[in-house]
Design a protein around this ligand. Structure first.
Ligand code: PMP
Length: 423
């Protein structure tokens, strides 16, 4: 309508080319609750895309914690207040014992920036290996390991090597995914070293979300991590997307692979929408980094952020949301596989817990990004919000709040079927 058009125009005038919006016909969101967002007219949309509100949009426990703390104290993080330490203790309690130090940040990008700097400081190297369609954030250092954005018209810097994502769907018969992925990694490490660039580490998104949501088989990353350590580098697990229980088998997706990262980075769901991020690592790695530059962040871990973060952890626990992610995620994937059996355009259904990918294909498994884009817009018209990932944008990225129910999954399945039956 006219008002919406005017709002889009105002936004574009204010933000120029940096104004980015979802959808051909943008949606004005007025409020949200649980797994639903509501537009300005009050129409509900089932939010199947958003991994930020991990315990549900505007969860009353998180809202109350933020409001109470905002009315009591919010200040520079150089003051001493107990809630920050209590939060750190609770969070670190979900990690393997060796990963015993936390640094707070405000975003996932800052967390990854610190992780890269830890690896540079520890190894004395600058060479990093990343997957081809990875995204790890927007600082100048992190952009270097974010080929999905950086590559737009530019070559990556000479100390970065990219390797193909572990594509479980396009594996040749008889091939072992862990072996293939570790092989690519080893060649990249050898190539760096052959160019006189010391290897600093491997950074990866533990579900490879922007690469197309690859999570299986559990354990396949172990061999790659072994190669990283043999070459003297650090393994950085970016848990900004899958962390805080989304994959349904524990708080952290790296657990699925039986591996222990040297550095883990956190973001998006950490504050259920309140800007928060973090870096979890071993004390000696943090010491090495801090000896070079020190670390201080005015807002990171401030009392209001910590209140939000603590409420997220408490709610995940109290409401059994990780187990829910596991059971509803399994139910959803089963339903999607049933759809796939009667629709050849669905090539693969994959993922773990409530982090699910659905790949659209044409003949000879050719990626069909146009179909994904049609489905995303058609689903919106029918009240469901969803997004896409992968180098060709042909993989539906399904990441609802962890309180997603079987009834919500049924609504998603019925609507997807209806959209596919029409188109
Ligand atoms: N890592 C991953 C895997 C991400 O998906 C993102 C954001 N999309 C980031 C890091 C960066 O987080 P932020 O936008 O909070 O800086």
């Amino acid at each position: 309508d006219g008002r919406l058009g005017e709002l889009v125009a105002r936004r574009q005038r204010a933000f120029g080319v940096s104004s980015v919006l979802f959808y051909e016909q943008p949606l004005e969101i007025a409020r949200a609750e649980g797994v639903f967002m509501f537009d300005a007219s009050g129409k509900p949309y089932l939010d199947v895309y958003n991994n930020v509100p991990v315990v549900g949009h505007c969860h009353p426990a998180v809202v109350a914690a933020i409001a109470q703390q905002a009315g009591r104290l919010n200040t520079n993080t150089r003051y001493l207040y107990e809630s920050l330490t209590t939060y750190a203790e609770t969070l670190l309690g979900t990690f393997p014992a060796a990963l015993s130090n936390l640094s707070m940040t405000c975003t996932g990008s800052e967390a990854n920036d610190i992780a890269l700097r830890i690896a540079r400081a520890w190894t004395g190297g600058s060479g990093f290996v990343v997957t081809e369609t990875a995204y790890h954030g927007n600082t100048s250092l992190v952009m270097e390991v974010s080929p999905s954005s950086y590559r737009k018209g530019r070559e990556l810097p000479p100390h970065i090597r990219t390797i193909p994502a572990p594509d479980s769907y396009r594996l040749a018969p008889g091939e072992d995914l862990g072996e293939v992925f570790a092989g690519h990694l080893q060649r990249a490490i050898d190539d760096l070293e052959g160019s006189g660039i010391r290897f600093a580490g491997l950074i990866l998104d533990t579900v490879f979300s922007s690469d197309g949501v690859f999570a299986d088989p559990p354990g396949f990353l172990a061999r790659a991590v072994e190669r990283v350590h043999r070459a003297g580098g650090l393994f950085i697990a970016d848990e900004v997307q899958p962390g805080f229980g989304r994959t349904g088998d524990g708080y952290w997706c790296f657990g699925r692979h039986g591996i222990e990262p040297d550095v883990v980075t956190l973001g998006k769901p950490m504050g259920n929408g309140f800007p928060m991020g973090g870096v979890v690592t071993r004390p000696e790695l943090l010491e090495c980094f801090c000896a070079e530059t020190g670390y201080f962040n005015t807002f990171a871990g401030n009392p209001v952020a910590v209140a939000a973060g603590q409420a997220v952890l408490d709610t995940l626990q109290r409401e059994g949301l990780i187990a829910n992610a596991n059971s509803v995620g399994g139910y959803l994937r089963d339903g999607l596989w049933r759809l796939a059996q009667s629709d050849a355009r669905i090539g693969d259904v994959r993922g773990a817990g409530l982090f699910v990918g659905l790949e659209f294909i044409g003949v000879d498994r050719a990626p069909d990004g146009a179909l994904a884009s049609h489905v995303i817009n058609a689903m919106k018209e029918r009240g469901i919000l969803i997004g896409a990932a992968g180098a060709y944008g042909n993989v539906l990225k399904i990441r609802p709040a962890l309180c997603f129910s079987q009834a919500n999954a049924d609504q998603f399945l019925t609507t997807l079927q209806a959209v596919l039956d029409v188109g």
